[in-house]
Design a protein around this ligand. Structure first.
Ligand code: AMP
Length: 219
């Protein structure tokens, strides 16, 4: 069980808003533990586990999986990590019920919420242009950060592929779900002293400076 010295950073952003990228930079800088529900679920799908088979269709359609299921993932990750310098939650909470649940299970921890705000036209280009290496996981964007050779990873020469839910027809549904379910989470946190907003339309390195300033100030 984590105690009051445990730091929890909640990264909020629309799909394609840079949560994963910023989380990785925070891990490198502060040695924190990255918890991405989306990554956990994608791994289950890839391994074709029972859980993976259950959530595959939901994810491919751009919908949210059940609150109970993601709660289990979050709680087990938060509690099983013995020696952590803090946690970064990437993609959780996605609705107000999840935010309330998170409050309850982190009441003994220090929590800061960072919303990375990104304009919708940016988000669509980031999502539709996103590719990742099938072998090492490195992320590219065919518009903003292409690989040197198209469809080939600069680092390991692996094949670059697109996430199933980054296809154009699914992007609009993910954005609709975000507006309907996740945007109210911002209002839920907005009045708190631990809520911060960062302009996410800039270069990831600049966004990181801002986010790192907020995270670095946590005692
Ligand atoms: P992400 O990688 O964060 O974009 O998540 C990919 C997909 O995983 C989402 O579109 C949902 O289907 C599912 N997912 C991730 N996080 C959550 C969450 N907190 N609640 C429900 N579903 C989630």
């Amino acid at each position: 069980m984590q105690d009051a010295s445990s730091r929890v950073v909640v990264l909020l952003a629309p799909p394609g808003g840079g949560k994963g990228t910023q989380a990785k930079k925070l891990v490198e800088r502060f040695g924190m533990t990255h918890i991405s529900v989306g990554d956990v679920l994608r791994e289950e799908v890839r391994r074709e586990t029972e859980l993976g088979n259950r959530v595959k269709g939901i994810m491919e359609a751009g919908e949210l999986v059940s609150d109970e299921l993601v709660a289990e993932i979050i709680e087990s990750r938060l509690n099983n990590e013995e020696e952590s310098r803090g946690f970064i939650l990437d993609g959780y909470p996605r609705n107000v019920a999840q935010a309330r649940y998170l409050d309850a299970i982190t009441d003994r921890m220090q929590v800061r919420v960072v919303n990375i705000a990104v304009a919708e036209d940016q988000v669509v280009r980031r999502l539709s242009g996103r590719r990742f290496c099938r072998d090492c996981g490195r992320i590219y964007n065919i518009y903003f950060a292409p690989s040197e050779v198209p469809a080939v990873c600069d680092v390991c020469s692996g094949v670059l592929i697109q996430r199933g839910d980054d296809k154009e027809e699914v992007i609009s549904e993910r954005l609709r779900v975000y507006d309907e379910q996740t945007r109210p989470v911002l209002d839920y946190y907005r009045s708190s002293n631990d809520y911060f907003e960062v302009d996410g339309n800039w270069d990831p390195a600049d966004v990181h400076q801002e986010v790192a300033r907020i995270v670095g100030a946590m005692v």
